[in-house]
Design a protein around this ligand. Sequence first.
Ligand SMILES: [Zn+2]
Length: 467
Amino acid sequence: MTDSATVAGSPTTSGTGFVLRARHVLTMGAPGHVRDGAVAVVDGRIAAVGDHDDVRARFADLPVLGDGGGILIPGLVSCHGHFSEGLVTGIGETHTLWEWFVHVVEPIEDALTREMAYVGTLLKATELALSGVTTAADMFCSAPGATPITPGVVTALDEVGLRGDVSFGPSDLPHDRPLRHILAEHEALAQAAAGSRRTRFRVGLATVPASSDALLDATRSLLAEVPRLHVHLHEVREEVTASRTSRRASSIEFAADLGLLDAQTVAAHCVWLSDADIALLRRHDVAVAHCPVSNMILASGVCQVPRLLRERVPVGLGVDGAASNDSQNMLETIKAAALLQKVHHQQADIISAPAVLRMATLGGAQALGLADTVGSLEVGKAADLVLLAEASPSMAFVHDPYQAVVYCAGPRDIAGVWVDGERIVADARILTTDIAAVLPRARALASDLATRAGLHSELAGVPSSDH
Ligand SMILES: [Zn+2]
């Protein structure tokens, strides 16, 4: 890290753009921390980053945004979530993962519609954007029927303006689900993503133990066409036990043997790992999407993040689904990632604020295979930017900008979010979608979904008139 930097990048100012100035610029790449820095954006890409006066001189014809205060960071990357849970928050707090899956997730998987996929994603993509997320990786989990519903996710992501990495996460055990419906859902999502401005498709698989041999074979065939995989691995100890019982290998060992991990793989959780599992993750360059909030809510365990980082396993952060986190606040996830390791190890310096912010930016981009495009403020990358203001009691002053972002900032401090140079958030308000109009529609659909899925027994103590 340095306190100042010369300007990198071309002086060309053709095209439209702006200069964004801040008291602290955290590039998360070279040169690191720049005081009174700026980023020049031309045609949606970063054209220069460095000292403000130098950037300003070289891009004199561009307008300057920002009052010179605040902290500028790369757009945050959430590596794991489920927009399929967009209408199911604040339910099932007493369950561990497998109980929660049976009582909450499975019932909604059968009841979801394309409209619910669209509105739930509008809601949660907006919540992500308002917490500084510019790239969201998602695994939509639903019971596929005759008509695919996942294209609703892509429509909503395009509307909000987020960069998406979307997958459908099927399972067919213990409940049989027709493979032709599963394949049709993958295909429909892939086609929708192909027509999207910022979202791409990835092959998804819910878990290895919940997949039949036929589904695993079909997944391998899909990966031959699209070599990117999103999967849950070793979230809870029960998964490892189930896999060892039925297939005589851990899920990671079994998936590696099948060749699934030869794809560019982002694996959610990886909480319960043996030495052999970690060696396989490293050998196959599998990236871990660490989701500390859902791991705590579901009492799943503590991911060995410091060890994984030491052993050079790529680690990004994910908010996880709206039903197992209950919020989609990425700043909360960032803080929780630091706190969980500190209290687990009872060691305050086990992980640093720069290391945690790196996982939420460049680490996440690397986990998704997108590090050439996003994750740091470097010339040539997409202008995915977040400006945090020094305008609230929590951010009135900044001693250390990394610690201010990780421990002090909240969504109300977000003055601006840009994706490809397009501003989608201003002063903690979403600009791209009329979210006030979405709320009543979401309320009605959430109530309908809870009724159709029979979730009211999960709302212990709440009079039925209240939901
Ligand atoms: Zn998940």
